[in-house]
Ligand binder design. Structure first.
Ligand SMILES: Cc1ncc(COP(=O)(O)O)c(C=O)c1O
Length: 402
């Protein structure tokens, strides 16, 4: 009997065809398996010890002894999972304690935590916005922000990446006073590592009566005098209505948070679908994040080390002729252009023992590919020097020119 059920699977066949371009046994994009983790910056891939320069472990806390001990203790005290939603049986004293810690760290009145950073955006944007609202987002926004807007019935307007002028024009065109406006931007953009012009963006947003949400996923822990992110670094934290953060980067765990002085944010506890209809963060996770916050607050010098490492990596790449992004941040994009050459370079690096992130279509256009390297406070000067050495040899082998 012939199958008359149509072409539901055809889009997946395209993925299979693309994967078949890579010979069996060679590293292929999206399929890297880490066999062992030797430390915050070293793993085993394909049986080889590999330097990790592609993680978001910016402060290197995944192996911090106090963070690990907090996770172990929480398992003993609370078990492995919460087996329920925050709104049902999944709120432990631990969850509320982390919310108090977060509010205290940010100097904001309220905090709500989520099972992932992705769900934080889904919950906050989805819970806040309805048919009477307009959401204005940066065109380079993370998928979680785009997905969050898609589940609302709000009007969605994208403005040019990091352009206060474009935001102003979009706001100007909206009919006056009819709808609530929410401007959503990121502090530090996750692929190209550029920092948002928050001072100007916030000024424009507020001039047009808009609320402001800043997603500090990559900047929490890495920017600002006390590690609160780019809004703190640029002196506008008090003018931001909602700060979203994730635990999966500097905080070395999994989860997300929203802090705000608007008390209504706590009502998302009953309202936000991506919060209500999913299990809460596991005890080990929540406890480890509490410990990570304590470490970050107590050890600002971790950030100093991170910035020294960033300077070493950027200087080395620049000297050997790689084209890198102009913004100084823990994310160092290496612009390589052509897709085939970028994949060849990435594979060569991996074989030589260096992991960086590969950004190829659909993450970018075919001739705008890049490698995304990222720095950690836990990288040693020797590890950075070794990574640079691998990058230099691979560049010559693959024929990457400036
Ligand atoms: C800007 C931004 N927001 C949200 C997220 C989602 O965070 P998580 O991976 O913790 O769900 C990410 C993840 O990379 C991100 O870059």
């Amino acid at each position: 009997m012939t199958d008359k059920r149509g072409d539901l699977l055809d889009k997946l066949k395209l993925v299979e065809e693309r994967r078949a371009l890579f010979e069996a046994g060679t590293a292929s994009p999206g399929s890297t398996v880490i066999e062992r983790v030797l430390g915050p910056c070293e793993v085993v891939i394909g049986g080889r010890p590999t330097l990790m320069f592609g993680s978001n472990n910016y402060l290197g806390l995944t192996f911090d002894p106090t963070v690990m001990a907090a996770a172990r203790d929480a398992i003993v005290e609370y078990g492995t999972g919460t087996t329920g939603s925050r709104t049902a049986n999944g709120t432990l004293a631990l969850h509320e304690a982390l919310e108090r810690d977060m509010a205290d760290w940010f100097g904001k009145q309220h905090a709500l935590i989520f099972s992932t950073g992705y769900q934080a955006n889904l919950s906050v944007i989805g819970g806040l916005c309805g048919p009477d609202d307009v959401i204005l987002i940066d065109s380079d926004s993370h998928a979680s922000i785009y997905d969050a807007t898609r589940q609302t019935t709000s009007q969605v307007v994208a403005f040019r990446h990091n352009s206060p002028e474009s935001l102003r024009k979009k706001l100007e065109r909206l009919p006056a006073g009819q709808r609530n406006r929410l401007v959503v931007v990121e502090g530090l953009y996750s692929i190209r590592g550029d920092v948002a012009s928050l001072r100007e963006l916030v000024e424009v947003a507020r001039a047009y009566g808009a609320y402001v949400l800043v997603d500090e996923a990559h900047s929490l822990g890495t920017f600002g005098p006390t590690g609160l992110g780019c809004a703190e670094a640029q002196g506008v934290l008090d003018q931001v209505d909602f700060v979203v953060g994730t635990f999966s980067k500097s905080l070395a765990g999994v989860g997300g948070v929203c802090v705000s002085d608007h008390k209504e944010v706590r009502s998302l506890h009953f309202l936000a679908r991506a919060y209500v209809f999913t299990a809460s963060g596991s005890p080990a996770n929540v406890a480890s994040v509490r410990a990570a916050v304590r470490v970050i607050r107590k050890h600002p010098e971790l950030r100093d080390t991170l910035w020294v490492n960033i300077a070493q990596l950027r200087e080395g790449l620049h000297k050997m002729g790689y084209v890198i992004g102009s913004t100084e941040s823990p994310i160092v994009p290496i612009f390589t252009g052509d897709e085939a050459r970028t994949i060849a370079l990435w594979q060569k690096l991996l074989i030589e023992g260096l992991y960086v992130n590969l950004i190829v279509p659909p993450g970018c256009s075919r001739d705008d590919c890049l490698l995304r390297a990222s720095c950690s406070a836990a990288h040693t000067p020797q590890q950075i020097a070794k990574a640079l050495d691998i990058l230099e040899r691979a560049r010559i082998d693959v024929g990457v020119t400036a």
